[in-house]
Write a protein that binds this ligand. Structure first.
Ligand code: F6P
Length: 366
C-alpha cells in the first residue's frame, strides 16, 4: 500500500490536530498507511522513531486539542543539501513517497523545493550506496499536498487558513474582558495583536469587537494620525462611551514604513488626553487553546481532500494547496499561491500598500 507522511511545520495553529487526524483516518479508509513525521522536517532529517506509523486510535482524542500533537520546529538542516539527503533517505527507507504538509507559506515553499530536488536526491543517494536502485525506482515520484496552518490568515488565494478563527476567538474574548474593566474606570486600552505581515486578525477583531481604532500593516495612517486618533477617542467619550479600545498589529507601520508600537500610541494619547492608556500584549495566548468548531470541521474536510489529492497525483503533477475559496475546498498550485503571497509582502515592504491591499483583498474576497 501507498505510505503517506504527515507533518506540521512552522508556527503552530489551532486546528492542526484536526488536519492530522483527518489525514491519518482518511488514509486508512482509502487503503493507504499514514505516518507521522515528528517535529516538522526535523523528524524526516532524524529518521528512526521520529517517523511513526499512525493507527486509527493513535489519533483519537486530539480533535479538541490546541497546538499540534506531532510537534513542529523550524529545521535549519532542511535548508542544507545534507539535510535534504537525510530526509529523502529516511522517507524512502520507510517507503513513504506521498506527503501532506501543514504549515505556513515558508514551510510549503520548502516542501516544494524538496519535491523538485527529489529525483536528484535519489540519484545521489544511490550513487553513495545509501539506498538501492530498486528503492529509488519504486519511489521515483514524490506526491505533495499542502494545508495552510497559520493563525495570520496570510495565504493569498485561500479565504481562511487553519487557526485563524480560533485566534480571533481568543482576541475577542480578551477585548470583551478588557472592555468591561475599561468601561468601569473610563479607561483606554491599547492592545497588541499578532499578524507579522498581515492585518487580518487585528482588522476583523476590531470590527467584531467594536473597537475605536486599528493600526494594520496594509493601511498605514496618514501623517498626523496622533491628532486624528485622540479626536476620535474624545468624540467617543463625548457621545457617552465609557471605554476606548485601540488595536495595534505587531507589524503596524506609518506612512514612511516606520513601526508604530503600542508605546508610541500611548505616548501620543497621554500627550493629548492627559492620561496614559493601559497596554495589553496578547502574544502567544492567541495561538493557544482549543480550536473553534470551524477549526475542527474545516481542516477535517481539507485533510480528507489532501489525502485524495496525493493518492491521485502522477509523476509530473504539480504540488497543490488544499485551501478554501467562497466557502468551498479549493485546490491551487502550491508555488503560484506562495508566489502571490510573497508579492504581497514585497509590496508592503516597498510601501506599495495599494497593491498589497488589492492582492490581499483577492485572497479573502473583499
Ligand atoms: O503564527 C504566525 C505568528 O503568530 C505571527 O503573527 C507572529 O509574528 C509569529 O507567529 C511569532 O511566532 P514565533 O514566536 O513562533 O516565532
Amino acid at each position: 500500500p501507498v505510505r503517506i507522511g504527515v507533518l506540521t511545520s512552522g508556527g503552530d495553529a489551532q486546528g492542526m490536530n484536526a488536519a492530522v487526524r483527518a489525514v491519518a483516518r482518511s488514509a486508512l479508509k482509502l487503503g493507504a498507511v499514514p505516518y507521522a513525521i515528528m517535529d516538522g522536517w526535523q523528524g524526516a532529517v532524524d529518521g528512526g522513531d521520529a517517523i511513526r506509523e499512525l493507527t486509527w486510535s493513535s489519533v483519537s482524542s486530539i480533535l479538541n486539542k490546541g497546538g499540534t500533537v506531532i510537534g513542529t520546529a523550524r529545521c535549519a538542516a532542511f535548508r542544507e543539501r545534507h539535510g535534504l539527503l537525510d530526509a529523502c533517505q529516511h522517507l524512502v527507507e520507510k517507503g513513504i513517497d506521498r506527503l501532506v504538509v501543514i504549515g505556513g507559506d515558508g514551510s510549503l515553499a520548502g516542501t516544494n523545493e524538496f519535491k523538485e530536488e527529489w529525483p536528484s536526491l535519489l540519484a545521489e543517494l544511490v550513487e553513495a550506496g545509501r539506498i538501492t536502485p530498486a528503492q529509488a525506482e519504486s519511489h521515483a515520484f514524490l506526491g505533495v499536498a499542502g494545508l495552510v496552518g497559520s493563525i495570520d490568515n496570510d495565504l493569498v488565494g485561500s479565504d481562511m487558513t487553519i487557526g485563524t478563527d480560533s485566534a480571533m476567538d481568543r482576541i475577542l474574548t480578551a477585548i470583551d474582558q478588557l472592555s468591561s474593566t475599561a468601561a468601569s474606570h473610563q479607561r483606554t486600552f491599547v492592545v497588541e495583536v499578532m499578524g507579522r505581515h498581515c492585518g487580518y486578525l487585528p482588522l476583523m477583531t476590531a470590527v467584531a469587537g467594536g473597537c475605536d481604532y486599528v493600526f494594520i500593516p496594509e493601511k498605514p495612517p496618514a501623517a498626523g494620525w496622533e491628532d486624528e486618533l485622540a479626536d476620535k477617542l474624545r468624540a467617543g467619550r463625548a457621545a457617552g462611551r465609557r471605554e476606548s479600545i485601540v488595536l495595534v498589529a505587531e507589524g503596524a507601520v506609518d506612512s514612511q514604513g516606520q513601526p508604530i508600537t503600542t508605546d508610541m500610541v500611548c505616548d501620543a494619547l497621554e500627550e493629548r488626553m492627559g492620561e496614559r492608556p493601559h497596554v495589553t500584549i496578547l502574544g502567544h495566548v492567541q495561538r493557544g487553546g482549543v480550536p473553534t468548531a470551524y477549526d475542527r470541521w474545516q481542516p477535517t474536510v481539507q485533510g480528507y481532500c489532501a489525502v485524495r489529492q496525493v493518492l491521485d497525483q502522477q509523476a509530473g503533477d504539480e504540488s497543490v494547496i488544499v485551501g478554501v475559496r467562497h466557502n468551498r475546498v479549493a485546490l491551487m498550485p502550491l508555488m503560484e499561491a506562495v508566489r502571490n503571497t510573497r508579492a504581497v509582502k514585497t509590496y508592503s515592504d516597498a510601501l506599495d500598500f495599494d497593491k498589497a491591499v488589492q492582492a490581499r483583498g483577492e485572497s479573502f474576497g473583499q
